[in-house]
Design a protein around this ligand. Sequence first.
Ligand code: PEP
Ligand code: MG
Length: 836
Amino acid sequence: MTSTEAVSTIFVPYGQGRGRGLDAMELGAHGAEVDRLVALGLPVVPGLTVPVSHAASLARPDVAQAAIDLLAQVAGRRPGDPAHPLLIRLLASTSAGGAGVPADLPGLGITAASASALDELVGSGGAVYDVFAAVIRYVGEYGSGIPGDDFAEAEYDVSSHAERVDKFLDLSTAAGSPFPEDPADQLARAAEATLRRWASPRARRQRRGQGLPDDLGFALHVQAIRVGPPQTCGYGVAESRNPATGAFDPIGTFRRGVRRPMDDDRPGEPLDNLPGGRDLLVSALRTLELHMRGAALVEFEIRDAELSLLAARRVERPAPRTAIRLGLDLAEAGVIDDVTAVGSIRASDIETLLHPQLQLTGRETEFARGLPAAAGAAVGRIALSSERAVEWSESGDPVILVAGETSPGDLPGMLAAKAIVTVRGGLAAHAAVVARGLGRPAVCGASALRIDRAGRTVTSAGHSLAEGDLISIDGSTGTIYAGAVHVVPPRPGGDLEALLRHADRVRRLGVRANADNGRDAALAILHGAEGVGLCRTEHQFLGDRLPVVRRYLLATDADEEAAALVDLAAAQKEDFLDLLTATGDRPVTVRLLDAPLHEFLGEEAKEVNPMLGLRGVRLALMRTELYPAQARALFSAWVDLAAAGVRPQLEVMVPLVALAGELASAVASIHRAAAEVEASTGVTVPYIVGTMVETPRAALIADQLAGIAQFLSFGTNDLTQLTYGFSRDDVEAQLLTAYTAQHILPVSPFASLDPDGVGALIRTAITHARRVNPAIKLGICGEHGGDPASIELCERLGLDYVSCSPSRVPGARLAAAHAAVAARVLGSEPISGATE
Ligand code: PEP
Ligand code: MG
């Protein structure tokens, strides 16, 4: 390659790579990208690529000269022309993109003689000198090996932009490598510096660190930057989507003059000020979005009031609001289908739209950490008792209830509080379950906290706060901050609902909610729940109803018990009317009382292991009037509502079954109650009966249970507790945190369903149950019902529905759609009775 003609054939003018059969391997990512932009008919800054295989030759002055000649041809002007100045920008790119490549040089072609006039022309108050100085330093440091410290020293006490340039030129000359005047020599030296920098041991190490081969090649790109007066020239960046709304509404900044070598802290101007207007930029961004199927980000130049693009890329992780709007817009434009639109949003992303968020600045004082038990954020005064929480909130102060752990008696305080913090307890413990049900953010198991009840203080790692001091909590990360952090309210917006309607068309799994009262059920339905998958009737006896259930549980003779039961049933009928009114004609699973006695009786429970004691169906078989009383209350509430034209689909559920006989006996008592209601009202109440599968034995004898029940609902909180032998109230904060840190467990099995153990039990249960009753309805109502990874497992296991707390319903709808798509891709078949 000796003649200029032969030399010029190695260059690929922007937009001609494809025509020559070259791709990113030869053109670098940038060369391939500008090719695409040209193919889309978009205006691109004039330039050329020296492909990877020839990049090193640009360090030769004759090759650099040929590059400049070609550049002058495509740009219509030459460097050095004072009337139509041109700067040369040199940048590098590899096939893997910009990672690891040296910074680009924005202004070759400036000379000591031309700098002053150029600076005046572009009106940028010394910026041309700064660009020039940066080029001299780059070439001196990386091309000629002049230590960077020498440049730092040389500019130590300079008093003007021009003086810095003079000092750098002198330094280069004194070091034996004078900086050249000729643009081609400058380009050759800059290319050489880039090559040396790229080959340095440090750059190789960096590439290895980024997982790139250390002998990776790069292409060089030479661009023509036509500079001119500030009225018509400048540069900027723009993004297609407005992050505040997510809508296609390009935003960006524009700066007049030349691009500066260091961060530019001038405010910049809005796109409306673009010389020549913003229409071409807006339509370029629209074209790019449709082509890239994503939000677009461009760098651009304005020269003589004309737009040209320097670079364009897809925004990889747009903010949730943007991602949702974008998905909907692209689906509407027919560029992507519903499934792709739904797949572009992660279920965890939409949490930030549904719950308040803390606006962190990085200057907050972290007070303690715990488990992220219920999403959302809140600020309030520390209240160390339920009573204090109620008292302060009534006087208008926001409070955060901080407790060792919570019990049913704390419900008034939990309702009064903006958020809940507990020292003990895990993701499936009382505080977490109730907080999620109430939609309150919660941090549980913050085991570093020490509460001094007498001194009314809370201490963490030596830092004490008094009751009444402000704290802020982030229930999505489990972090507690001292003081008040600004809270940004949730703004779900109509776009989210539109996206979720797409998700509803894609998903197979039903999505229900765990709701104990009318308010929760109404919220759940607003979030798109198809019904109630679990009403924990014992939660209806929390707070001021507690004395009723305590009186019943502590009754010492039959009369006292019967009287307490009358009150209990009356209260319960009111609750059911409230719940069923909210659910309307939808299915609603009402679980009969499952009170671990200590939750109601505290010390008086007298059980060493209350979670394994007289709970659920076991208590009902000892107190045989309990379930019939509840069932009568439910059925008569249904009769009253049916008279008004509302016909909820009742599903009556028996908890904590381990033996078929337990279920058979409870079911018989429910049928008796229905017959009694029919006898007294003349109305036959339609209902089905089912059981929780929450003991391992129940899972193993699901065929026997399926002979009695019309539906099974997997209570994966207890099933996880009993399968592992992990106390759901105790092990999470310490043991499971240590286990995950030591990689003994990937994640807490209370947060994400264990596919190997608990999942295997569920699989066995489904297979056995469907063999006996292929039409049996199967769901899950443990906390896992709202977890995306668990929902995917539920899809693979072939369950009919998931049920989760109301605030997790939107995420569950989306996760169920993702799971359906994944299952279709993997071709998995739901389990039928015929397979094992
Ligand atoms: C369960 O055990 O998964 C369940 C839903 O019941 P609870 O959390 O009320 O024990
Ligand atoms: Mg349970």
